[in-house]
Design a protein around this ligand. Structure first.
Ligand code: BG6
Length: 466
């Protein structure tokens, strides 16, 4: 594991609201452990888990130990135990003011231990229906204003932010009223993926690509997030959400923004957020849209037996910007599919002349660039070359760059990056209110689709009509 330069940050308490949920267990606690092992957390930090379980600190420390050991089986017992000893727990309901009073006491105990006030990061690892209540309670309890002027308090909020355009606007209004924008970090963990950030490096760092990266040069663009895994134990969460809200409104649109935004200074927070928002705002209503649901989904625990929630979608849209107008853009995502991969495929326009030789007169010898995000980081450029031999015949060959193999963990995982950036106070890889609103404006009309989703066989490539 590579070591991130240690940056001196004052003591910080990391509060996980939903501290015993799936996200905390599988992503956040392992990510915090990784940061701890890299020396990339403040020299003093503590974790405070909050949930409804009737637990105390020792129970939570055991839970943290188990979660980290499961996710990082090669970690030494000593390191995991030392990390877990920094965890505390408070029991409570999110709509109960007493929960926040108890949390306040836990934070004061930490301050007392240190002899100074800590920074506080509140991570909302809870279903979106709790957001509004938690914002209101955090505000009313004064926890977001602890030791004002000397330390910071920040709020990390998971996607989906709201259920549709209307609810997102209402949540934004509440946030604006109760907190300052510098305190709010809206997460889209795809923006924090190294492989996705590499899209910008590839585009802005290589003039040879930059020149044809626009309409005229690019024939089509497609972005896919295909998953083998089904909804599994997340039925009750997923059934109220569906694929469009789960990954369409956020991950896929953010990838699209990075693939099509004009050259922008990646170190300029405001410029980056504005550039992404401008792309999402320029999306045209889809010309083609298919929703699917895998066979057997309705038998999942927590899923309604007559559920019309989509577990798959595919749509074709375009952008109204001068650089991209008319270029078809396809977005596709789904669960329980035969293939597991996240990628972006840029098909460049074919050459005007065909020097294809005797066997190849039919093909257009267009080049295709595939940026694979998962299961590994790989960039593949399909080129046309002469097949060795007497005849002049072209054949496609792939130029490949494996940026990071599936087992290589040297660069930070997305959730490490999310936590690290928030602690440093860097909002570049977090979504602005403007981006959230623009994304809902595009997705919300699709949510109203009345026709039931098309059923597809698990392990297939989705509904036949797609
Ligand atoms: C999450 C969704 O945001 O992204 C999941 O809630 C999805 O349903 C996941 O599986 C995909 O992210 P990753 O990092 O595993 O590609």
């Amino acid at each position: 594991m590579s070591v991130t330069p240690t940056i001196s940050i004052p003591p910080t308490a990391i509060v996980i609201l939903g501290g015993t949920g799936n996200l905390a267990e599988t992503k956040l606690l392992p990510a915090l452990f990784d940061l701890y092992m890299r020396g990339a957390l403040p020299s003093f930090f503590m974790i405070v888990g909050v949930s409804r379980k009737a637990w105390g600190d020792v129970d939570y420390q055991r839970y943290v130990t188990e979660a980290v050991s499961l996710a990082r089986p090669h970690a030494s017992t000593r390191s995991v135990t030392a990390f877990a000893s920094l965890a505390r727990f408070r029991r409570g309901d999110f709509d109960d003011a007493l929960t926040y009073a108890a949390l306040g006491e836990a934070l004061s105990e930490i301050d007392h231990l240190l002899g100074m006030c800590t920074n506080t990061l509140f991570y909302l690892a809870v279903p979106p229906l709790f957001y509004s209540t938690i914002f209101a309670e955090l505000s009313a309890s004064g926890l977001m204003d602890r030791c004002k002027g000397t330390t910071w308090s920040r709020l990390l909020v998971e996607k989906p932010f709201g259920r549709d355009l209307e609810t997102a606007i209402a949540l934004e209004a509440q946030l604006r009223e109760q907190f300052s924008d510098e305190q709010v970090y809206r997460i889209d963990h795809y923006l924090a993926k190294d492989a996705i950030e590499n899209i910008l490096a590839l585009r802005f760092g290589n003039q040879v690509l930059a020149d044809s990266w626009r309409k005229g040069g690019v024939a089509t663009l497609s972005i896919r997030l295909l998953e083998h895994k089904d909804v599994s134990t997340r039925g009750s969460f997923y059934d109220g959400i569906g694929a469009l809200r789960d990954v369409g409104q956020n991950h896929l649109l953010q990838m699209l923004a990075l693939l099509t935004m004009p050259p922008t200074d990646v170190r300029d927070v405001e410029a980056m957020r504005a550039a992404r928002a401008e792309i999402i705002e320029a999306l045209a209503p889809p010309t083609h849209f298919v929703r699917g649901q895998y066979d057997g989904y309705r038998d999942t625990e927590g899923v309604s037996p007559d559920s019309a929630t989509e577990t798959y979608f595919k749509l074709t849209t375009s952008l109204s910007t001068p650089e991209w107008s008319g270029v078809p853009i396809t977005l596709e995502a789904g669960k329980a599919l035969g293939e597991a991969r996240a990628d972006a495929v840029v098909r460049f326009a074919g050459g005007q002349q065909c020097h294809c030789g005797v066997e190849g007169t039919a093909h257009t010898h267009d080049n295709e660039l595939t940026i694979t995000i998962a299961p590994e980081q790989r960039i593949t450029l399909r080129l046309w070359v002469k097949r060795p031999g007497f005849d002049y015949v072209l054949e496609p060959r792939d130029l490949e760059l494996v940026h990071q193999s599936a087992t290589d963990r040297s660069s930070p995982e997305a959730y490490e990056r999310v936590l690290y950036d928030c602690i440093l106070g860097d909002q570049t890889r977090f979504v602005s209110a403007r981006e959230v609103t623009a994304a809902w404006r595009f997705i919300t009309p699709l949510l109203a689709t009345a026709t039931p989703p098309l059923v597809y066989t698990p392990g297939s490539s989705g509904p036949k009509a797609a």
